[in-house]
Design a protein around this ligand. Structure first.
Ligand code: PLP
Length: 431
């Protein structure tokens, strides 16, 4: 695959930005400078075309540059932008739509990124309970801020131990974030008992997508709801990935478990920058956007027309078209046909997934938590992905990353992908 232009531009990029990229985990090999995205496809500076499953880590539920959403954004920008005072018609409609669809969302506030949303949700939980500590789960990711940036993709020897994700973090913040094992209710109960009256909230990705796709075992999310209620703590579902992707009402609608607070981002606006924190009205009214509220909430760009128009248009598309039916069908097909290929070739692997997401762990059982993922053959996993990229199938070339289908993917792209998968697996195993 020719990458002369990408290589040249990468040198240029490195002059102006550390590493030449603008977010962690983008500096991967093979390195591409991307110049165009359309529907299910992305293109690099050398004209290479890829079927995209990276989906920018998840936002592209409808596909790149989806015309209906883009046109609604352009239409909005031809008359409005932002004012920093009062509200806008777009903010009202976008918030209304979220309250209609997401079970826990009685009220909504907009921010610009998932990290801001999780920061605000946690601070609100601390404000409401007057408690400092929180529980997160090993392997889950909730953004870059000090409250949550520990025990994410920990090295195996750091599992469950003190593992700050960054230099410069506030020691107190690290130590007030307790880490439990996903799918282990006993561990959560023990942690509540050992920290009686001190835990403000649990924050959880209902499906921990930052380590692929690990499904909540029956009763796990319900058990967290009960433990939070029994201990006077708030339950926060971080639906930044699952929200709108797995159902218009988020994974909470699928699971039938309603959290106190929900954070959303990514698929809520098909890639335009907007995020939200939502929840019970009695809690949301503690934010100081409400007169008398005592939990600070602010942001110059909150509710900008770009994000709110995109959010309305994305939700409208989901309301009016069979978006979830389509992506779930393609996801089922992808998973079952990959299983067929693996069986035919006699390769031991576990194909995980839900709805539009999937990944193939090269291990011989279903992982239930981050610890189990040590059994995944990371070298094989990444090499497999790199070989697929050479064949025009873009999956993030990094261990444990998941793949995403969009409404713009069709059976044609699935056919091409399955053929490439079979070829690559044959090449790699000599079968
Ligand atoms: C579950 C989850 N929460 C929060 C975030 C942070 O969102 P953002 O990158 O928009 O700040 C992410 C980002 O990947 C995420 O996956």
């Amino acid at each position: 695959m020719i990458n002369t232009n990408s290589a040249k531009l990468r040198e240029e990029a490195r002059k102006y930005a550390p590493g030449g990229v603008h977010s962690a985990t983008r500096n991967v090999e093979p390195f591409h400078v991307f110049t165009r995205g359309e529907g299910a496809y992305i293109y690099d500076a050398d004209g290479n075309k890829f079927i995209d499953y990276q989906a920018a880590f998840g936002p592209y539920i409808l596909g790149h540059n989806f015309p209906y959403v883009n046109n609604k954004v352009i239409e909005a920008l031809s008359r409005t932008d932002m004012y920093g005072v009062g509200t806008t018609d777009l903010e009202i409609e976008a918030a209304r739509k979220i309250t209609v669809h997401v079970p826990s969302a009685e009220q909504v506030l907009f921010a610009n990124s998932g990290s801001e949303a999780t920061f605000h949700a946690i601070r609100l939980a601390r404000g409401i309970t007057g408690r400092q500590k929180l529980i997160k789960f090993q392997g889950c990711y909730h953004g870059w801020h000090d409250y949550v940036a520990r025990n994410m993709l920990s090295s195996w020897d750091k599992i469950g131990k003190r593992d700050p994700g960054s230099a410069g973090m506030l020691e107190e913040a690290i130590d007030n974030t307790l880490v439990c094992t996903y799918n282990d209710l006993d561990d959560v109960e023990r942690t509540f008992n050992e920290n009686k009256g001190q835990i403000s909230c649990i924050i959880i990705e209902p499906i921990p997508h930052n380590i692929g796709i690990i499904m909540p075992q029956p009763g796990f999310l319900e058990g967290l709801r009960e433990l939070c209620d029994a201990n006077g703590a708030l339950l926060i579902f971080d639906e930044v990935i699952t929200g709108f992707r797995h159902s218009i009402g988020g994974y909470q609608k699928v699971a039938g478990v309603t959290p106190d607070l929900t954070t959303m981002g990514k698929a809520m606006a098909n890639g335009f920058p907007i995020a939200a924190v939502a929840g019970k009205k009695e809690y949301m009214q503690r934010f100081n956007t409400q007169p008398g509220g005592d939990v600070w909430f602010a942001g110059t760009y909150n509710g900008h027309a770009v994000g709110t128009a995109a959010c309305i248009a994305t939700i409208e598309t989901m309301e009016n078209e069979p978006v979830h039916e389509h992506i779930f069908r393609l996801g089922d097909r992808m998973r079952s046909e990959i299983r067929g290929i693996l069986d035919r070739l006699g390769i031991t692997a576990y194909v995980a997934g839900f709805g539009s997401t999937w990944t193939t762990y090269f291990m011989d059982f279903e992982p239930k938590n981050y610890t189990d993922l040590q059994h995944n053959d990371a070298e094989f996993y990444v090499t497999y992905r790199k070989k697929l990229i050479e064949k025009g199938i873009y999956k993030m070339p990094m261990n444990l990353k998941r793949n995403h289908l969009s409404y713009s993917h069709t059976d044609k792209e699935v056919d091409i992908t399955l053929e490439a998968i079979e070829t690559v697996l044959k090449e790699m195993t000599g079968k």
